[in-house]
Write a protein that binds this ligand. Structure first.
Ligand code: UTP
Length: 297
């Protein structure tokens, strides 16, 4: 049997406190890596994986996100008049087909699990993907596409996983998995933000998931977990106990944590250096800057 995933949830209702004051009025997902907002990378990755229905879980103050995917008729006609066809193509590529995106509101930021649960009526009884736009993943093959291919063979639930340093484990959800070098690992347990020295492995959960609708049912009445939030990890962990069908998928690619300032800045530099139109100037600037700093020490 082959399993197909066509729906994805994008939880974008968080408060984004690590980017205050910018996120007082700008949704975190609209922050740009060079000239493209974080959410555009997430949408492109979903499309590459065959997703056709996009569900955004939003909150107050996120209307810039809705506008971003709409048409911009005034801009389009201004660019047409000025014969700026390259820019026009760039702009049109961001338009989403009418009805492709649905928005549901999370009226209180109660946690990622709660945000995903808010989309339950739009998901129905189908498997679905979840993409956290602040985890930006680069690589030859988009991360969700790799997962969708593995999932087609395995079904069940799948979470993206990445090795992290032991002293960083308490910042992540960590998988309890048998020692193995394979890409797909059966998960025996998972723990959200384990106390230092108690992590069951070095494999951290990253913001890409493929889940069964049963996880949404598990979220019905889910109690608050780590950090006082309703955790998606807890609802997935329930599936390990109920049906033993959760896999960790060690993706190939580089992940940037754009929800943190340091990760966001690293991604900005890496993305700019990968752009032929910016690389030379930026590289020369960085070299000069580092040389000046070293000379001053
Ligand atoms: P984060 O843990 O990064 O939280 O959420 P945050 O609110 O976005 O940012 P900080 O920590 O205050 O700086 C991970 C993802 O889950 C979504 C966020 O929008 C982000 O995509 N989320 C989180 C929700 O949609 N609702 C919530 O209640 C919590």
């Amino acid at each position: 049997m082959r399993y197909k995933v066509t729906k994805a949830i994008f939880p974008v209702a968080g408060l984004g406190t690590r980017f205050l004051p910018a996120t007082k009025s700008i949704p975190k997902e609209i922050l740009t890596l060079v000239d493209r907002p974080l959410i555009q990378y997430a949408i492109d990755e979903a499309r590459a994986a065959g997703i056709t229905e996009f569900v955004f879980v939003t909150s107050r103050g996120k209307s810039a996100l809705e506008d971003y995917f709409d048409r911009a008729p005034e801009l389009e006609s201004a660019l047409k008049e000025k014969n700026k066809s390259e820019l026009l193509t760039l702009l049109e590529a961001t338009n989403m087909e009418s009805g492709a995106i649905a928005y549901v509101r999370q009226n209180q930021a109660l946690g990622l699990g709660h945000a995903v649960w808010c989309a339950r009526h739009l998901i129905g009884d189908e498997p679905f993907a979840v993409i956290l736009p602040d985890d930006v993943i680069t690589g030859e093959e988009p991360c969700l596409k790799q997962m969708v291919e593995a999932y087609a063979e395995l079904g069940g639930n799948m979470v993206a996983a990445m090795e992290v340093a032991t002293d960083k484990a308490s910042a992540y959800g960590i998988l309890d998995v048998p020692p193995s070098v394979s890409r797909c690992l059966p998960v025996r347990g998972m723990v959200e933000k384990p106390a230092a020295g108690t992590a069951p492995s070095n494999l951290a959960i990253i913001g890409r998931y493929i889940l069964t609708p049963q996880v949404l049912r598990n979220l019905d009445g889910q109690q608050r977990g780590a950090g006082g939030e309703i955790q998606l990890t807890d609802a997935i962990a329930q599936e390990i106990r109920n049906s033993d069908n959760v896999h960790g998928y060690r993706f190939s690619g580089q992940r940037f944590d754009c929800g943190s300032k340091a990760g966001y800045l690293q991604a900005t530099v890496a993305f700019a250096l990968s752009r032929p139109d910016l690389r030379d100037e930026l590289e020369a600037y960085l070299q000069e800057l580092l040389a000046t700093r070293q000379a001053a020490q």
